[in-house]
Structures are given as C-alpha cells and as structure tokens.
Design a protein around this ligand. Structure first.
Ligand code: ZN
Length: 244
C-alpha cells in the first residue's frame, strides 16, 4: 500500500516502480459536487505538476463502489479511477498521480472495512497532493530553478540512483504515510462505517501475521497501529455522523 508516480521509464527509489506499458485507458469516475468534510485538511498550496498515468499491461479499469466515491467526495477529489492489476510487485494497493488507485488480488480479498482503509489511505495520498509535494521537494533539494519542468515524472526522476537526495526527503515521505493512515482511517469510518479496529488495525494486524510490511515506504505495522490508536474515538464519532 503505497503511492507512486507512474513513470514508464525508470524505477523510483522509494516506490520501486518498474516499467509500465501504455495499453489501456481508464474511465474516470467524476464526482459531481465534491464536498470535502469540514475536518478534512486543506491540501498544500504548492504548484500543480502535470502527471500522466500509464496503466500497466494487465491493468483493467473497474467501477468505483459508492462508499469509495463517498470517501473521494469527503476528500474533495474531482475524479477517481480504480484499476485492477494482477501484479503484486508493489504491494496490494498503490496510488498514482493524478487520480488513480491500483488494487491487486490480495487487496480485493480483504474484508470490506480493511479494504476501505486501504483505499482511504490511497485517496489521502491523492487528495493531499503528496505527488506534487514530492516533485517539489526533489526539485528544491536538487537546486533546480523554479518551474524547470511542468512534468511531475521529470521531477521524480531526480531521485533515481541518488540516495543522498532520497534521504533528504525521507522525512517528508514518512509524514505523508502517517497522514494517509490517520486520515484514511477517518474517511473509511465516515463513508463506510468502519471502526479503527475493524478497518485499519485489522488490516495492519493481518499484515503482521503475514510476515511484515508491504513496502519500504511504510513504518513497521506495529508502529502504525500505535500511531492510529488515538484516532479510535474520532472514528467512532464519524461512524455515527453518516446516515446509513
Ligand atoms: Zn502510503
């Protein structure tokens, strides 16, 4: 469960992106009138990069279930596309700029609330513009002139093979993952009625039982559980907020 900027030409250090081939074009679920939840944090105001998601060879588009559309609406997203992929290389789920979530068979086998947490986590990566944040940070730390490129993929390439640069932005990546866990759990609470226990914690516990984390970008699951516990009461209140 991690995000990456889909890039057909090179792997990214943290996200381990392999080559992707342009084959299928996804359809987009447009959210009619996004109404961000009043508790949902404003995204950063930094510049918008242009991102071109290119689905993998075996990726298939999928309709977006109403509860996930509701999460996207609560996060203020204009569009959301879901792809299914048989490739588990990058973990059970990941997101890609500008509006894509890819789910694998192991994600689709999860119980509904666990999957809602996984999808909510990825929606936060998109809504909080973590990709633009990464592209901007990599450009700044590389000393590139402002507006040197409008393409997000160009900026992400700066980290290729540059472990020093990756280290400099690693604190940002960790903060983004924590934010995606916290807010993703709250999104799944309000939109799907999932408690922290039945969603986020159940997912992370089964991850521990399965033998560890799914991506280097994420803290060990025990630490993620510890950080999520203080949000249990907030999630309970959000579960009660939404008519079902
Ligand atoms: Zn993540």
């Amino acid at each position: 469960m991690f995000k990456f900027a889909c890039n057909p030409s090179r792997p990214a250090i943290r996200r381990g992106v392999a080559g992707f081939l342009l084959v299928c074009a996804g359809f987009s679920s447009r959210i009619a009138a996004p109404a961000p939840a009043d508790w949902f944090p404003d995204p950063p105001t930094l510049r918008h990069y242009v991102w071109r998601y290119q689905p993998c060879l075996t990726c298939e588009t999928s309709a977006v279930p109403p509860a996930w559309l509701r999460m996207a609406e609560l996060a203020g997203l204009q569009t959301l596309r879901i792809f299914h992929s048989s490739d588990e290389t990058f973990g059970p789920a990941y997101s890609a700029a500008p509006d894509v979530i890819v789910l694998t068979p192991s994600a689709l086998k999860l119980q509904a609330c666990q999957l809602a947490f996984v999808v909510g986590h990825e929606i936060v990566h998109i809504a909080q513009r973590h990709f633009d944040e990464d592209a901007n940070a990599l450009s700044v730390f590389s000393g590139m002139p402002g507006n040197w490129t409008e393409r997000g993929e160009d900026a992400m390439q700066l980290s290729e093979g540059n472990f020093g640069l990756a280290l400099r932005v690693s604190h940002l990546w960790q903060a983004q993952e924590q934010e995606a866990d916290w807010i993703g759990a709250l999104l799944s609470a309000q939109a799907s009625g999932c408690s922290i226990e039945s969603g986020a914690l159940a997912y992370l516990r089964q991850e521990i039982e399965a033998g560890g984390g799914v991506a280097a970008a994420h803290a060990p699951s025990m630490e993620r559980i510890r950080q999520l516990l203080p949000f249990a009461d907030s999630a309970k209140r959000l579960v009660e907020l939404e008519p079902r």
